[in-house]
Design a protein around this ligand. Structure first.
Ligand SMILES: Nc1ncnc2c1ncn2[C@@H]1O[C@H](COP(=O)(O)OP(=O)(O)O)[C@@H](O)[C@H]1O
Ligand SMILES: [Mg+2]
Length: 317
């Protein structure tokens, strides 16, 4: 798979604020990449530098398809975080207008706009005023606008964040279709959206790449066994939980730490989540203890850590 775009050492400093701090990543042709990170991580700043709207303090953005002298903006379509439309225009008029701005003549722009309004599922609403569109319809109109000049790469900043569940569905469904035809980069602070759409993920935190790679690889390499234990809260279980947490945190209980290879515990109300390398040893030890201490167990499950666990760990560092 050939590389479409390569970002090297991308950096943006606003006064004393280092918003983006030496980011490197590559977008492969035909791939869908999520730029994932919590609010303030530097996603919008990164995207604005990719689109050429913001000049990097340092670093480079290179499109491999661009011939010398080509304007790389022709290669990308961009949907900003909160696009603004003239509410009095019809959706169709808006896309025609966008096409003309991209250099299409009147009849070509109209032809392309009609085709795109169909493509994004707004064929029936094409002649209605944008002012009456729902959030999901406006995002889909934004997509039609971004695709008008047949770009190679579609870049979107939080394309579904502001939408209600229905609008979200509509747009995610459309993006599922579009990504078969075009390379995509989108930002999101919601892991679930990234998981649903993308092949590759670049997780950024505090302006730096915390983790990147294909979603499948990340999922496999970071998967850890987890035991979830839910107890009925009474005096016994409270006492046992407190002692257990203490033993793990102080790392003084050799049996617990060494032979069961317990790596970490997390207690939320009456639920304990335990990561361990030797899951069988850990489960036998735990079951033995809770039986001995007469802890009333509601639920005991053995499974694997999710991408959500990893994401939370990465962004809380
Ligand atoms: N124009 C600006 N001037 C100063 N600071 C900015 C500017 N734009 C963004 N920032 C700061 O840079 C950091 C990253 O912002 P942003 O790229 O918008 O993050 P994200 O899109 O991931 O939420 C934030 O701390 C933000 O306050
Ligand atoms: Mg943002």
């Amino acid at each position: 798979m050939t590389d479409l775009l390569q970002v090297k050492g991308l950096t943006k400093i606003f006064g004393s604020m280092q918003a983006v701090n030496g980011i490197d990543f590559t977008i492969k042709e035909g791939h869908c990449v999520a730029l994932l990170g919590p609010n303030g991580a530097g996603k919008t700043t990164t995207i604005r530098m990719l689109t050429g709207l913001l000049k990097p303090t340092k670093g480079s953005v290179q499109f491999h398809q661009a011939n010398r002298g080509d304007d790389s903006r022709q290669l990308l379509g961009y949907l900003p975080q909160s696009p603004s439309f003239h509410p009095w225009m019809s959706g169709l008029e808006y896309v025609i207008y966008a096409g003309e701005l991209c250099g299409l003549n009147g009849s070509m722009a109209k032809k392309r706009a009609i085709e795109l309004m169909e493509r994004v599922g707004l064929g029936d609403a094409a002649k209605r005023r944008i002012g009456g569109y729902s959030g999901g319809m406006k995002q889909r109109l934004g997509l039609a606008q971004a695709l008008v000049h047949r770009p190679k790469l579609l870049i979107m900043d939080e394309p579904v964040s502001a939408l209600d569940p229905l609008g979200r569905r509509e747009v995610l469904h459309l993006l599922q279709e579009l990504k078969k035809e075009i390379s995509v980069l989108f930002s999101t602070h919601v892991l679930h959206d990234a998981e649903e759409l993308c092949d590759d993920v670049v997780i950024i935190n505090k302006g730096q790449v915390a983790l990147q790679g294909s979603l499948a690889t990340i999922r496999n390499t970071h998967r850890k066994p987890i035991i979830e234990l839910e107890v009925e809260m009474n005096q016994q279980s409270r006492a046992w939980l407190a002692t257990f947490m203490n033993r793990v945190h102080n790392k003084q209980d050799q049996v617990l730490m060494k032979f069961t290879s317990i790596e970490g515990v997390e207690l939320t109300d009456n639920r304990l989540r335990i990561t361990a390398t030797d899951i069988d040893a850990a489960r036998w030890k735990l079951l033995e203890e809770i039986t001995k201490e007469r802890v009333k167990v509601n639920r005991f499950t053995v499974g694997h850590s999710s991408l959500e666990d990893l994401f939370m760990k990465v962004v809380s560092q």
